[in-house]
Write a new protein. Structure first.
Length: 168
């Protein structure tokens, strides 16, 4: 929590928080409330990295190794929305592989998320950006990592992404 305040004082517009709000596989609601009170709901982005298991998406922590009991669903997203201004959702099963996005997760997020949401995981081409825009019904943003040329990738040119977004 002290670290978050330092970043904001240093000029960051938002702080992204992930595993810190979980303890023993559960959301620590007191810790989350303290963080929200300390830095403000409007400056907090919750990173809900998730993995697919048994037909659901479970939030995972500790470098994506520990499954929590929290699933990505309308009720849980609505409850968490009371503490933050945005969600960053990592699709851990496809993250960093540059083999395409998790279509099902993007579609669910478009239907369920009450807040601005950025999806991360698997993007390998400009077609994936178009797919997220379509499946996400214009409500889900995409972050592109290792496929992007400025990060050493060869799948997507930064200039093409900028041009895509300027058209929107």
């Amino acid at each position: 929590m002290d670290n978050a305040s330092a970043w904001l004082k240093g000029g960051a517009s938002h702080v992204i928080v992930t595993s810190w709000v979980f303890r023993e596989g559960r959301v620590d609601w007191d810790r989350l409330a303290q963080l929200t009170q300390a830095i403000g709901k409007d400056r907090l982005v919750l990173d809900l990295s998730c993995r697919h298991r048994d037909g659901e998406y479970f939030v995972v922590t500790d470098r994506w190794q520990t499954f929590t009991e929290l699933t990505i669903n309308p009720a849980n997203l609505a409850q968490l929305a009371g503490f933050c201004s945005e969600f960053l959702i990592h699709a851990v099963d496809v993250e960093g592989l540059c083999r395409g996005i998790d279509d099902e997760l993007v579609a669910r997020l478009a239907e369920w998320s009450p807040l601005p949401t950025t999806y991360a995981g698997g993007a390998s081409s400009l077609a994936d950006l178009e797919r997220v825009t379509h499946l996400g019904r214009g409500k889900i943003d995409l972050t592109i990592g290792s496929a992007l040329d400025i990060f050493g990738g060869s799948g997507i040119r930064y200039e093409d992404v900028v041009a895509f977004n300027r058209k929107r």
